[in-house]
Design a protein around this ligand. Structure first.
Ligand SMILES: Cc1cc2nc3c(=O)[nH]c(=O)nc-3n(C[C@H](O)[C@H](O)[C@H](O)COP(=O)(O)OP(=O)(O)OC[C@H]3O[C@@H](n4cnc5c(N)ncnc54)[C@H](O)[C@@H]3O)c2cc1C
Length: 518
């Protein structure tokens, strides 16, 4: 549906059953849940879908081996169940990824071997394949570039991998498929209250500057690291719920980790898990856990985070990555819910927290991408009670996500489109010139950009290069070089002029320079 048509739905005097603030994993999952239960659902995102944390993850749909180490079995169990459901409900976006834990000490074999067997048991019927102890030779066969010095063997196990921003876009399209409305570039600027109770929101279209007053039976705050800002729109004295923590990833060429398996290091110097994972032909290395004072939509990696990742990648890889090898670096903010565990965010819970305040505002925070569906389910059940809506059972455990298609190869660059692929191919029939590659270093053709504008709600060059395609993460330099071509194509589609193109290219280039190390 075109943006103008979606905006028209805000003009009417509609009383929405549920208004969701925030178009990241949590808000999108909540809105899919609400719309699939038949509630009239509106989702408002201030920037682009998944522009915050939800496009900056490690791209894993996982139980969390780290939480197993912490003994948080209920969280692992819940996440493993969600992993199993998601791989069924979005097979075009989530696939089975094999991991190897390299072992350099003899005690590690039984320790991690038993731990990962427990992981298999907890996954039960939804398991993705059994874990197994590997000899040194087998470990080297699976990860030819793992540091061989002192290597004793390994443990292999399975988890899920996905494309986070693409799942977010597919969830936004699922909301529309279910009759709901999801709009990007529509920040909520105020909360409407009558007699102290929340009855709607004020929002502003960032493109036209137009303001809207929108009525809802219940308002759900799913603003991720920004939930406290929304809560404070109702009560400026509301005590903060979130303690933000930043995580950084480096993107290296695929030759750093040839083969299909990923590396998982269960315990780094600062007690974190370190991953090196093949993704879209590149190698992603991450992550860090750095407490930060305030959340921003475009967090910047700190020099010490980059040094930490380069140094640790060098410990486990035969080829030691240099700054000049980094194709892109990106940072995201974990919306961790405060606990009394002190200021060390690495030990805070990733469990989600649902808060219903006296005003009726429902806030959902914490959790992780993997558990977005369960977070949505819990939130909508609570919100329906607040709104006095009739109770309806959840159906998302078996709801197919937009584009659902079984089979396919995760290495196929068009795999993420699933059943939308014929539409994309239709564009090639409309204009064979759109077959042209965007850039020799990027696996995208022009038709994907046109599709992003016409069918996936892209409004800016950044939307296309960062989230409809993942060009910015795969190669920041190549994405900057591509920006003028993208702007020209978008301008034709959206009826924009040359000045718009120049502004877009300047804005994108300035942003993308932050993803480069030199
Ligand atoms: C480094 C890192 C790695 C991670 N890796 C994994 C992983 O591999 N697997 C996994 O399962 N999880 C992972 N996570 C966790 C997961 O990414 C997050 O839990 C999840 O993305 C949070 O989603 P969210 O919707 O709560 O927040 P966000 O994605 O930040 O979304 C909140 C949205 O609300 C919008 N918003 C804010 N204020 C307003 C307003 N006033 N009006 C309208 N919209 C507003 C924002 O623009 C934003 O888009 C990782 C997190 C980090 C930081």
């Amino acid at each position: 549906m075109k943006r103008e048509e979606l905006l028209r739905q805000l003009d009417s005097d509609t009383l929405w059953d549920m208004i969701v603030i925030g178009g990241g994993a949590t808000g999108l999952g909540t809105a899919v849940e609400a719309a699939s239960r038949g509630y009239r659902t509106l989702l408002l995102e201030q920037a682009d879908f998944a522009q915050g944390t939800s496009s900056r993850s490690t791209k894993l749909i996982h139980g969390g081996v780290r939480y197993l180490q912490q003994g948080n079995l209920s969280l692992v169990l819940e996440a493993l169940r969600e992993r199993g459901l998601l791989i069924r409900n979005a097979p075009h976006l989530v696939h089975n990824q094999s991991f190897v834990v390299p072992l350099y000490d003899w005690w590690e074999g039984p320790f991690y071997g038993i731990g990962l067997k427990l992981y298999d048991v907890l996954a039960g019927k939804l398991g993705l394949g059994p874990s197994r102890l590997l000899s040194r030779e087998e470990a080297l066969q699976l990860i030819p570039t793992v540091e061989p010095h002192g290597l004793k063997g390994g443990v292999s196990y399975h988890d899920g991998q996905f494309d986070d921003a693409r799942l977010a876009i597919s969830l936004a399209l699922t909301i529309t498929d279910l009759g709901g409305v999801a709009l990007n570039y529509l920040p909520v600027t105020g909360i409407i209250r009558e007699d102290g109770l929340v009855t709607g929101v004020e929002a502003r279209d960032r493109e036209s500057g137009r303001g809207f007053r929108i009525r809802g039976r219940v308002v759900i705050n799913a603003a991720g690291p920004f939930v406290d800002g929304v809560r404070q729109m109702v009560d400026p004295a509301a005590k903060e719920l979130i303690t933000p923590s930043q995580g950084v990833h480096l993107v290296l060429d695929g030759t750093f980790l040839p083969g299909e398996s990923a590396i998982m290091v269960p315990h780094t110097d600062d007690g974190r898990v370190l991953f090196a994972v093949p993704w879209h032909g590149r190698t992603i290395v991450g992550t860090t856990d750095t407490p930060i004072p305030t959340a921003t939509i475009e967090p910047r990696p700190l020099p010490e985070e980059i040094e930490f990742l380069l140094a640790h990648a060098a410990r486990y890889l035969t080829r030691h990555p240099q700054r000049s090898d980094v194709l892109s670096v990106f940072a995201g903010i974990r919306p961790l819910v405060r606990s009394d565990a002190g200021s060390d965010t690495a030990s805070l819970s990733r469990d989600h927290t649902l808060l219903v305040e006296g005003s009726g505002l429902v806030t959902i925070a914490g959790g992780k991408w993997t558990t977005y569906r369960k977070m949505g389910e819990d939130t909508v059940s609570a919100a329906a009670q607040v709104a006095g809506l009739d109770e309806r059972p959840s159906v998302t455990g078996s709801l197919q996500i937009h584009g659902w298609q079984a089979g396919g190869e995760p290495t196929d660059p068009l795999q993420v489109y699933g059943s939308d692929r014929p539409g994309l191919e239709g564009l090639l029939a409309e204009n064979p010139a759109w077959r042209e590659r965007l850039h020799p270093a990027l696996p995208y053709c022009l038709a994907q950009l046109v599709w992003g504008v016409r069918s996936e709600g892209a409004r800016t060059v950044e939307d296309l290069l960062a989230r409809r395609t993942r060009a910015l993460l795969l190669d920041a330099r190549a994405s900057i070089a591509s920006a003028p071509k993208v702007a020209e194509l978008m301008a034709q589609e959206l009826g924009q002029d040359r000045a718009w193109q120049e502004t877009q290219v300047d804005a994108f280039s300035a942003l993308a320079r932050g993803y480069l190390l030199e």
